[in-house]
Structure formats: structure tokens, C-alpha cells
Write a protein that binds this ligand. Structure first.
Ligand SMILES: *Cc1c(COP(=O)(O)O)cnc(C)c1O
Length: 396
């Protein structure tokens, strides 16, 4: 008997039974043609989810972080300059990785809770007459703060400045859950992993290169071996990897893309939005505030909820685990102890979301916060009653 509750962390996410079965497959010879029948549909499925006609998709046995390293090491040379804003733990870690690779990072410090400052990017890029900046880094959805940034606005900043820098986007907690338009936004590299919107175990780095990013690979001199996409491209042409592929996970990825495309991408995004709106309605009913500072920044995959001053938000996460067996996300970095996070991406329904909201409410009342039991649940119920998810019922 399993008493496993759903998790409410922003990745790894809850796993649909079909995907668990797809991952748990018998061993096959990864150098046989059967492997190609898993690999190529997985790659083309990812491309559709990215809304790209022209990208080349690579999947490494790794995680999202390995995807960042793939992006940097394949396109840049020691001493190159990149432009990045720091507005949360994930943008911070990407900057740190650049520095450890010997890159110069022009950092735009941005308050945690705000989005990427596209106007500052435009000013800086306009001032960079010699085009020293080779890449602009953008974290689409800051999982630490629950802030979604406007990637189209970052693209407009590059275009307005007439700057040729490449645009790399961390979409680890947005891709496959929130709208992502690789071609329309002229994203040069998109990075994600298997354990968030794709609802799989961790273990795959999923990276897409635009033709412009592919062209940069030939001149880049940062050392790379495991993550060299040229070796990977050669492998793919022969239905193979340069090393042993994670066959089960790739089979899961193939099926995850089929499931998402069968639900319909716009329905997937609408479902995430609806579920998130319920969580936000609950937050408001509790009298609490989101870390994200204005509605256009609200993430549809994770909510970072501020707790009152003097209260340690991490206690909520510890207590929820100990007493109710439910996982929420802790605050990271600058907002550690100040926020707790409800992850609401992947395989979730209104009903599952209500269980998370109800649990958070019990925990906060247990810990003495001034919150009315049932208030958040009622607010979310009202929202879900009046915004029924028809697409979801059809898909199920
Ligand atoms: C989870 C996450 C990462 C890190 O991915 P790993 O798969 O844990 O390496 C990077 N960026 C964002 C925005 C994330 O949410």
C-alpha cells in the first residue's frame, strides 16, 4: 500500500503513470535501429513544444544545469563577455557557471521578485559599439521567486540596439508548461530538463540550438568533450549517441511530448494558468503576498509566497513534510526563510491543487499564523468552479 501524496515542489514534478511505464522499459541495444524509433520522435516532439521549425535539438544524459554548460561551452571562448541579470537563485547560478568558465559577465543586479530588465539590456547593448557582448542570458521563469520574464521584450531590446549577440534562454521551469516561442522570439539556445514540464525523472538535459547558434559552434574554443554537440550530431545521424544514451528516459520523453501535444499546447498552458490562478486566489485569501511584484510577472508554474516578518518560512516546509507527508519548496538564496514555494506544474489537476492548498493552510494554522482554516481553499474552489477546465476532462 502506498500513501504517497502528490508533491508541490517546482520539480521534479508528479509523474503520470504512462510515463513511469515508458521509462521503465526492457533493455534494448542502443545501437540498433529500434533506438532511432525512440530518439527521433523524441527530438521532433521537443521541437514542436518549443514552437520551432529550425532548431536542432540535443538531449544529454544530464540535467538542466548540464544544458547551461552545453550552451556556454559550445558557443563561447575564454574571456568572452556575456550579459545577464541576477534576479534569483537560478540566474545567479548561471552567472556563477559563466565565471567559472572564464567568461566575463556584465551583471545587472535586479531585485528578487522583479523580471528581467529589458530596458537596461537595451541601454547596455546600445552602448556596446564594439559588440564585445557575445551572448545575452535570460531566465524565462525564475523558479526561486516565481517570476516570469518577458522574453519577447528581451528580443526587442537586442533588435532595438541593433546588436548581434546571441540570446540564450533558461526555460527549465517554463518549457512544456508555459508558452515558449523559440522561433518567434529568435531564441538562439533554449535549455530545459526532463523533470519539470516533461513530468519525467531527472536525468536529461534538453537543449535546442538555432541556426545562428549552430554557426557559433565552429569558432568557440571553450573546452568541451561530453557536451560537444558536434559529436552528438554525428551520433544522431547514425541513430546513436557518442556514448550510452539514457534509453528509458528518452522513451519517456517521446511519450511526454506525445501526451502534451495530444492535450494541445494551448490547453496545457491554460491548465497551468488556471491551476496557478487558484493558488494565487488562495494566497490572497490568506492575506499573504507573492514574491513576484506585479501580476504580469506571476509564474504559472511556481508561486513563492512571502510569510510575515519574524516567521521562518522554512518551518512550513519542514512541518508539512513531517506531519502531513507533503512536499513544498523552501526559499532559496536571498529569500531563504522569507518565502515558501508551491510548485504547480506538470501532472496536476484542480483537485490535486486543492489538496496542496488545504495542506498549506493546515500547516500555517498549526504554526500559529493568523490564517482562517478553509479561506484559501474556498477562494480556490470559487475560482475553479467558475473556470472549469474542459480540455483537461477531454484529455483524461
Ligand atoms: C530546476 C532549474 C534549473 C536547474 O535544473 P537541474 O535540472 O536541477 O540542473 C535551472 N534553471 C531553472 C529556472 C530551474 O527551475
Amino acid at each position: 500500500m502506498s500513501f504517497q501524496n502528490p508533491v508541490f515542489i517546482p520539480g521534479p514534478t508528479n509523474m503520470p503513470e504512462e510515463l513511469r511505464k515508458a521509462v521503465y522499459m526492457p533493455t534494448i541495444d542502443h545501437r540498433s535501429p529500434v533506438f532511432g524509433e525512440i530518439l527521433h520522435p523524441a527530438l521532433s516532439g521537443v521541437k514542436k513544444i518549443l514552437k520551432s521549425e529550425t532548431a536542432e535539438v540535443f538531449v544529454f544524459p544530464s540535467t538542466g544545469t548540464g544544458g547551461w554548460e552545453t550552451a556556454l561551452s559550445n558557443t563561447l571562448s575564454p574571456g568572452d563577455t556575456v550579459l545577464a541579470a541576477r534576479n534569483g537563485m537560478f540566474s545567479h547560478r548561471w552567472i556563477d557557471m559563466c565565471q567559472r568558465h572564464g567568461l566575463e559577465v556584465e551583471i545587472v543586479e535586479t531585485p528578487w521578485g522583479q523580471g528581467l530588465p529589458a530596458d537596461r539590456y537595451e541601454e547596455i547593448l546600445s552602448g556596446d559599439k564594439e559588440h564585445k557582448i557575445k551572448v545575452v542570458l535570460a531566465t524565462h521563469n525564475e523558479t526561486a521567486t516565481g517570476v516570469k520574464s518577458d522574453i519577447a521584450a528581451v528580443r526587442r531590446a537586442l533588435d532595438a540596439a541593433g546588436h548581434p549577440a546571441l540570446l540564450f534562454v533558461d526555460g527549465v521551469s517554463s518549457i512544456a508548461s508555459m508558452d515558449f516561442r523559440m522561433d518567434e522570439w529568435s531564441v538562439d539556445i533554449a535549455v530545459t530538463g526532463s523533470q519539470k514540464g516533461f513530468m519525467l525523472p531527472a536525468g536529461l538535459a534538453i537543449i535546442a540550438f538555432s541556426p545562428k547558434a549552430m554557426a557559433a559552434v565552429e569558432n568557440a574554443t571553450l573546452p568541451r568533450t561530453f557536451f560537444d554537440i558536434r559529436d552528438m550530431a554525428k551520433g544522431y545521424a547514425a541513430n546513436a549517441y557518442p556514448y550510452t544514451p539514457a534509453v528509458g528516459l528518452l522513451n519517456g520523453l517521446k511519450m511526454a511530448t506525445e501526451m502534451l501535444l495530444a492535450e494541445g499546447l494551448e490547453n496545457v498552458f491554460a491548465r497551468h494558468h488556471r491551476i496557478a490562478e487558484g493558488v494565487r486566489a488562495a494566497t490572497e485569501a490568506w492575506g499573504l503576498e507573492l514574491c513576484a511584484q506585479s501580476p504580469e510577472l506571476y509564474s504559472d508554474t511556481v508561486s513563492a509566497i512571502r510569510t510575515p516578518d519574524g516567521f521562518d518560512a522554512t518551518d512550513i516546509v519542514t512541518h508539512a513534510d513531517k506531519k502531513y507527508g507533503v512536499a513544498f519548496g523552501v526559499g532559496l538564496g536571498e529569500v531563504a526563510g522569507k518565502v515558501f514555494r508551491i510548485g504547480h506544474l506538470g501532472q496536476l489537476t484542480d483537485v490535486l491543487a486543492l489538496s496542496g492548498i488545504a495542506t498549506a493552510e493546515m500547516v500555517m494554522v498549526d504554526l500559529g499564523l493568523d490564517i482562517q482554516l478553509g479561506s484559501g481553499v474556498a477562494a480556490a474552489q470559487d475560482y475553479y468552479r467558475s473556470h472549469a477546465g474542459t480540455a483537461l476532462q477531454k484529455a483524461a
